[in-house]
Design a protein around this ligand. Structure first.
Ligand code: PLP
Length: 437
């Protein structure tokens, strides 16, 4: 029945576009979550986007709560970002040689993010985490890394174990094709559990190159750090000489201008960035303490390179975005509408009598169909995915586009108005009543 509802919610042009795409690309998409596998049904094919809205190929409009999975904090087609991209294109799209705009972006990142003394620009979040791990291993001369179940760091082989939304969407715990060798030096621990981290360091003293985590997890739904967790990780890694890496691909310039490390006052050794830093263009970055980053070629010996790294068009989008975020910080407003949405969804689920949790950090939030607080993957795995799928399609039918998986956070932009949030809450209220009925 929910499949039938899903089909009526998607227009004929999207259905035709998906049929065509499925002949041409694996699953019809270039990134798996987009296929709507976690909620069942046909994905909407998008024609354009403006401000807080997406427009599909059937001419329907949706209030967008994924923002390209995080980057669009200024909304779609922010005029300053568009103008910067247009101007950059007219000067050439790639040179394979350094530009001054890269130094401008590096300065903006270094000024904003407390842990970063030096930075290297790459093309995606995956490249950022892959490179940060290599540099941490090169710097420490150690091989093991610690990651936490339910944290996603891109499709890096050694990090693609217990990887939250990615694995949950695929329906397999770990990806085929990742060799035992690639994952063999990865120690997977439960999230928000300092005792487990203490035990791992006691078992492998002087052998763990790095601990990597999402300081606020977005990839098992929004999961904030428990009290003292980030500081505890800081203390343990410092004591052992291990590199603490905050993967701020989602949280950087999102939960505060300086990311989660600014918001929670804990400074890691290295940080990875993506999404917002590229203003909607393909760009990532990794950085950290000077002596660590000076290990990277050609200053040091750790190899890392890229034909399109520091691409002038992507850098222009990043510079325009960070310039705007610094000059007119939207964070107070985003906090306000994030809280408005979180409270409204919580009240709506309460009124419908559905077991739920709303977890929010600023403009990142998740309504979990779960009776207990979600602090780690074991708990997130108990979410009622069917109820989420019904919630998703109910909102789609009402012109609201939430993430197509219970294991992904909603993202707000500064173009979302309080009136739009109220409309969304009203729509959610109807849908949740339907689900409870
Ligand atoms: N790290 C985190 C925390 C992410 O959320 C993501 C993507 O969602 C990545 C890394 C990978 O980034 P990308 O998809 O740009 O490779």
């Amino acid at each position: 029945e929910s499949q039938a509802k899903a089909i009526t919610a998607v227009g004929p042009n999207s259905v035709a576009a998906f049929d065509r795409a499925c002949q041409l690309m694996p699953g019809g998409v270039n990134s798996p979550a987009r296929a709507f596998g976690a909620v069942g049904g046909t994905p909407l094919f998008i024609e354009s986007a403006k401000g807080p809205y997406l427009y599909d190929v059937d001419g329907r409009r949706y209030l967008d709560y994924i923002g390209s999975w995080g980057p669009m904090i200024l909304g779609h087609q922010n005029p300053e970002v568009v103008a910067a991209i247009q101007a950059a294109i007219l000067r050439g799209t790639s040179y394979g040689a350094p530009t001054e705009a890269e130094s401008e972006l590096a300065e903006r990142i270094i000024e904003a993010v407390p842990s970063i003394d030096k930075v290297r620009l790459v093309n995606s979040g995956t490249e950022a985490t892959m490179s940060a791990i290599r540099v941490a291993r090169g710097y420490t001369g150690r091989e093991k890394i610690v990651k936490f179940a339910g944290n996603y760091h891109g499709h890096v082989d050694s990090l693609l174990v217990s990887a939250g939304s990615a694995a949950a969407t695929l329906g397999v715990p770990d990806s085929p094709g990742v060799t035992k060798g690639a994952g063999g030096d990865t120690i997977v621990l439960p999230h928000n559990d300092l005792a487990a981290v203490e035990a791992a360091f006691a078992a492998h003293p002087g052998q763990i190159a790095a601990v990597i985590l999402e300081p606020v997890v977005g990839n098992m739904g929004c999961v904030p750090p428990c009290d003292g967790y980030l500081q505890g990780l800081r203390d343990i890694t410092a004591r052992d000489g291990s590199v603490l890496i905050f993967d701020e691909v989602m949280t950087g310039f999102r939960v505060a201008f300086g990311g989660a490390q600014q918001r929670y006052g804990v400074t890691p050794d290295m940080t990875t960035l993506g999404k917002i830093v590229g203003g909607g263009m393909p760009l990532g970055a990794y950085g950290g303490r000077r002596e660590i980053m000076d290990q990277v070629l050609p200053a040091g010996k750790v190899f890392q390179a890229g034909t399109l790294s520091g691409n002038p068009v992507a850098v222009a989008a990043g510079n325009a975005t960070l310039k705007r975020l610094k000059a007119q910080p939207p964070y107070e407003y985003l906090e306000k509408i994030g809280t408005q949405l979180a409270n409204g969804l919580g009240q709506a689920a309460e009124a419908a009598g559905l077991p739920h949790q709303v977890q929010q950090v600023g403009s990142m939030l998740t309504l979990f169909f779960n009776g207990s607080p979600v602090t780690n993957w074991e708990q997130s795995d108990r979410n009622d995915r069917q109820q989420y799928a019904a919630f998703f399609w109910g909102l789609i039918r009402r012109g609201v586009y939430p993430p197509c998986s219970q294991f992904e956070a909603m993202f707000l932009s500064e173009t979302h108005t309080e009136a739009m949030i109220d409309e969304t809450i009203a729509a959610a209220k109807e849908v949740l009543q339907e689900i409870a009925a």
